[in-house]
Design a protein around this ligand. Structure first.
Ligand code: CA
Length: 225
């Protein structure tokens, strides 16, 4: 589970990072709204903890912007008790839940887990490129009518490639979205997995869906190869 924390007060941001990592989350921290937006666009997160009062771009604008871009990552907003911006306004921007500062860490983690669960049951989940289809909720993938027998890691990589279909993704992108924060090996490990994925999703069907973009990474063809 990968979480983005957007919080400008450094001690609070560090406390959140340490606490969430201790709960088993992989955590990225942004110290202002602009950086938060950038990270949220660059990476796939399971949830975002978003402070409202932020330098450059405030939390409500970050939230609204992501929703306008059809980014449905669950968002828990951190609001100040005496803040002039209220929860109703936050709901309008598409936030999933609110935690008022000062908050208990246990409560924040419980709310985070709750929005992540809700999202996985509500969301229209199938990803596809042509006849290549993946259902994250069911943990299954198909080429046409044929069910694909993928390992957990292959499945995660295919899910990531499908989430960015048509775009060039680097090995580093794949590693940072599929492996957790403790991974410190070489991004070249991705080559091994892409090779085994091709043998399962392309070769038997005489297709070529995962293109190697020399010097840059890979691109999953929109039409599924
Ligand atoms: Ca703040």
């Amino acid at each position: 589970m990968r979480v983005l924390v957007v919080e400008d007060e450094a001690p609070m941001a560090e406390a959140l990072r340490n606490g969430l990592e201790a709960e088993g989350f992989a955590v990225d921290v942004a110290l202002d709204g602009e950086e938060g937006l950038w990270l949220a666009r660059e990476n796939v997160y399971d949830a975002i903890v978003l402070d409202v009062m932020l330098p450059k771009v405030n939390g409500y604008v970050v939230c609204r912007t992501l929703r306008d871009e059809e980014n449905w990552t669950p968002i828990v907003m951190l609001t100040a008790k005496d803040g002039e911006l209220d929860e109703a306004e936050g709901l309008d921007t598409g936030a999933d839940d609110f935690v008022t500062k000062p908050f208990s860490f246990v409560v924040l983690v419980a709310r985070l887990r709750a929005v992540m669960r809700r999202r996985t049951t509500e969301r229209p989940v199938q990803l596809s490129a042509g006849d290549l289809i993946l259902d994250p909720a069911e943990g299954r993938a198909w080429r046409g009518d044929t069910a694909l027998d993928l390992t957990a890691r292959e499945f995660s990589i295919l899910q990531y490639l499908l989430s960015r279909v048509g775009e060039v993704v680097s090995k580093t992108d794949v590693v940072s979205n599929v492996w957790d924060f403790a991974f410190d090996g070489s991004p070249n490990i991705v080559e091994v997995y892409v090779s085994s994925l091709r043998k399962k999703i392309d070769t038997p069907f005489d297709r070529q869906s995962i293109e190697t973009v020399r010097g840059h990474g890979y691109r999953l063809a929109r039409g599924g190869g």
